[in-house]
Design a protein around this ligand. Structure first.
Ligand code: S3P
Length: 426
């Protein structure tokens, strides 16, 4: 599918966005192994989160979807049953990595795979700790999906994450729910803590001491009523659009503001952004509130080290903002970008160059000079949702009408993206 995007005079209005992708996956997976019926409001409409629901159904868990409300009838820790076919994680790295932690402890064999992009994503990072816990897992070429998982009685481990990854942390913690004794995960860099918060909501025996998380096996989870905050990573596209185009002012309601996700907002304010928060509240242990973004000139600067890891999903759209900023943007320590849904260093640079913007790729990042003008272009998402949306935002500031090819990739996290963009542009 192709989408045409015309330049806009300003980005204005008040919007709400679909539920957070990261949190939706976790709520659904934990609901499936809890006892009783969990109701989740504002569940993500993204295809990825529906891949998770599809896998849960294939494991015999009753799931009812009514718009953005999801009801999951958990059957307890041993509730999942032998799937009759291969589980399909679609495009979703979160589904395959996090669900593997649960599959590793089930008394049956399962196979889980996904699309072409997922087939290239590294799985050794979960296979190694899950094997240490006693699971038997094999993969194509030893490291890529499909994964074949033979569940086992697991034992607790003490594991230091070699790469900062909340997906890997979650996979181990979910397996730890079933393990004999304690499972300890040590994080060199703090990653998003939605799993820790959700585990507590469902009644798991978990403790967190700074960057050391301990879960004790053998507890039973209890169903809950939950509301998913809207996705800050989706809000990022609208925030950047407002910061890119003079005269803009946008308000986004009910957005997740978990501090392990909100580094984006701190970085933008540090670069001169005019952002305000209102109506901040806590639901199910997660902070949420309204973000009001108004146009202001952005200085640009450098993103590196722990900051890079904390806003890794927002780098494609920040790269667009960086090109129009006063000093440009340098991103370092972002080698993980190369193994996302696409090699996002390559796909960002390719699309920036299509609009006449200079950008230099580095092995672990990007250098983008500032004060550049955006030419209208034919962009390609390369099948990556965040690339489609980042360049739709860039197109708003171009000198004519642009085209996004394979624009439908946006539906992986945000099927309503183009409609919402229309609502706030003219
Ligand atoms: C996610 C963690 C991050 C992020 C991804 C979602 C999660 O990946 O990039 O979009 O929900 O835990 P890594 O765990 O690979 O860092």
């Amino acid at each position: 599918m192709q989408v045409q995007i015309s330049p806009t005079g300003a980005v204005t209005g008040s919007i709400s966005l679909p539920g957070d992708k990261s949190i939706s996956h976790r709520y659904a997976m934990l609901a499936a192994i809890a006892e009783g019926t969990t109701e989740i409001a504002n569940y993500s409409t993204g295809v990825d989160c529906h891949s998770t629901l599809g896998c849960l159904r294939a494991l015999g868990i009753p799931v009812v979807v009514d718009g953005t409300s999801v009801r999951i009838e958990g059957r307890g820790m041993q509730g999942p049953s032998t799937p009759s076919a291969q589980l399909d994680a679609g495009n979703s790295g979160s589904t395959i990595r996090m669900l593997s932690g649960i599959l590793a402890a089930q008394p049956f064999m399962s196979r889980i795979a996904g699309d072409e992009s997922l087939a290239r994503r590294p799985m050794a990072r979960i296979m190694q700790p899950l094997r240490e816990m006693g699971a038997s897992i094999s993969a194509r070429d030893g490291k890529f999906p499909p994964l074949e998982i033979k569940g086992a009685m697991l034992r607790g481990i003490d594991y230091t994450l070699p790469v900062p990854s909340a997906q890997v942390k979650t996979s181990i913690l979910f397996a730890g729910l079933y393990a004999d004794g304690e499972t300890v995960v040590r994080e060199p860099v703090r990653s998003r803590d939605h799993s820790e918060i959700a585990l507590r909501q469902f009644g798991a025996d978990i403790s967190v001491d700074r960057r050391v998380i301990t879960v004790r096996g053998g507890s039973r989870l209890k169903a809950c009523e939950l509301v998913t905050p809207s996705d800050l990573s989706s809000a990022a596209f609208f925030i950047v659009a407002a910061l890119l185009i003079p005269g803009s002012r946008i308000s986004i309601r009910g957005v997740g503001l978990n501090p392990t996700r909100a580094t984006l907002l701190d970085v933008l304010v540090g670069m001169g952004a005019n952002l305000r928060l209102a109506n901040v509240e806590q639901k199910g242990g997660e902070l949420m509130g309204e973000i009001i973004a108004e146009y202001a000139p952005i200085r640009g600067g450098a993103i590196e080290k722990d900051v890079t890891a904390a806003l890794i999903d927002e780098i494609p759209v920040l790269a667009v903002l960086g090109a129009s900023s006063e000093e440009g943007l340098t991103v370092r320590d972002a080698a993980e970008l190369r193994i996302k849904e696409t090699d996002r260093i390559a796909t960002v640079v390719d699309n920036l160059r299509r609009m006449g913007v200079n950008a230099e790729p580095l092995p672990d990042g990007l250098v983008i000079p500032g004060k550049q003008k955006f030419r209208a272009a034919v962009f390609d998402s390369f099948g990556d949702h965040r690339i489609a949306m980042a360049f739709a935002v860039a197109a708003l500031a171009a000198d004519g009408s642009s085209t996004i090819e394979h624009a439908d990739a946006a539906s992986v996290s945000f099927p309503e993206f183009y409609e919402t963009l229309k609502q706030v542009t003219r």
